[in-house]
Design a protein. Structure first.
Length: 186
């Protein structure tokens, strides 16, 4: 992202980060500061836009408009990248599903998988979350208790569902040792 007159463009590894952070937090509210710090520490590209380090009372209307435009472009780019990542993850998941599993996933955002020891599980998207998203199926097909086992990192849901599927199919016993058990709620 280009630097604008009166604006600092620095990398997240720059020694100026702390000074800029101190100035930003002194001039802005906590929510804005927290989000700025989050983006500073989680960006992977090298050039990052930051607001002017001058006193806000000295900002020109052009400074404000440039800041708004840059923030909007950044948000749009992040949304586009997130959508691309989710689409790639879902495509990879579908490549590893049988035809029946693909149809069930397309229809209900869930699929049934048979573990390496023969137990049947239903892996679901669970309203955009992977928390307790695996149901152990009883012999009659009804859902029993739920399991929760996912990586600590923030990954696309489809990637997590694929990892759960592959782990259950290859080493169900180890998966069950690691997973958290959740009683079924009535």
């Amino acid at each position: 992202m280009p630097c604008y007159p009166g604006f600092d463009c620095i990398t997240s590894t720059s020694s100026a980060t702390t000074d800029c952070w101190t100035t930003w937090t002194a001039d802005q509210g906590t929510a804005a500061s927290t989000m700025t710090w989050y983006h500073w520490t989680n960006r992977t590209d090298s050039a990052v836009y930051y607001p002017p380090t001058r006193e806000p009372s000295t900002w020109t209307p052009q400074d404000v408009e440039q800041a708004r435009s840059a923030a909007l472009r950044y948000a749009e780019e992040q949304a586009r990248r997130s959508q691309e990542i989710r689409a790639r993850a879902e495509e990879l998941l579908k490549q590893h599903l049988s035809e029946d599993q693909q149809q069930q996933f397309e229809r209900d955002r869930e699929f049934i998988v048979v573990g390496s020891r023969g137990t049947r599980y239903k892996i679901r998207e669970n309203r955009g979350s992977v928390v307790a998203n695996i149901s152990v199926l009883k012999d009659d097909g009804s859902e029993g208790h739920r399991l929760c086992c996912h990586p600590r990192d923030c990954l696309p849901i489809a990637d997590v569902m694929l990892a759960q599927k592959l782990w259950l199919e290859s080493d169900e016993q180890q998966f069950l040792r690691v997973a958290n058990y959740h009683e079924r709620q009535a």
